[in-house]
Design a protein around this ligand. Sequence first.
Ligand SMILES: [Fe+2]
Ligand SMILES: [Fe+2]
Length: 235
Amino acid sequence: MLDFLAPSILRQSRPRHSSTSACSPSDGAQNTSQDSAAGSPKPTYILSKKQRQYLDSALRVNQAGELAATLIYTAQTPQVVRSHPHLRPLMRHMYDQEAGHFSTFNKLIAKHRIHPTAMYPVWEVAATFLGWSTGVMGREAAMACTEAVETEIGSHYNDQVREILSWEADAKSRGEELDDELKEMLATFRRIRDEELEHLDHAVENDAKEAQPYDPLVNVIRLGCRAAIKISERV
Ligand SMILES: [Fe+2]
Ligand SMILES: [Fe+2]
C-alpha cells in the first residue's frame, strides 16, 4: 500500500503539472503559453505558483482522506455485516469506490511528485479507530460516521471543483483553455464528489439519523474531518 512512498519517487524533482512547466521566473503572476497542446486551437492557461500550491495541497489532502475512508470501512465492515448481513453488498460497494479513489490519488501524487502528508501514520490509526469504534456502536453509528465524513468530504471536493472552475473562467476570459490534464482532474474531482454524496445518501437511507447519541457523534466526527483537512493541507 505504501509503494508510492518510495524515496526513489520522492527524490526526483521534475516539473509538476504540465500546465506549469513553462512558468517564468516571475512565479506568482499569471502567464500564458503560446505552445498550445497538439490539436488545441487555444493557448494553454498557465497556473501561477499559488495555483500550483493549491493543487499540490488539494491532492495531498485528497489522498489522505481516501486512505482514511478505506480504513474506516475496513474496520467497520466486519462488525456491521455480522449483525446485518444484508448490508454486505453496500459496505463492499462503498469500500470498492473508496479503494478506487485512493488509487487515483496515489497515482496523481506520485506523478506530480507531491509528498504525502506527514500525518499519514496518525491518520491511519485515527481512521481505523473511528471505523472500529463506530462499528462497535452499531449499524446506525457506522452510518452516522459515513454521513458525517461524507458531508465534510463532499463539500471539500465541491470547493476544489469550484476553484478549478474559476480558473477555467479566468482562462476563457483570456482566450485560453485549461490543459488536458487539468480538465481531466476536474472531471475526476466531480466524479468522486458525486460518489461521496452517493455514500452520504446510502448512510441516511440506512438510519444514520437513528444513531445514539446522534448530534455529539456527528459533530465530533465532522470537527475531526475539518481539522484533519486543515492539517494535511499544510504538512
Ligand atoms: Fe472517497
Ligand atoms: Fe466516501
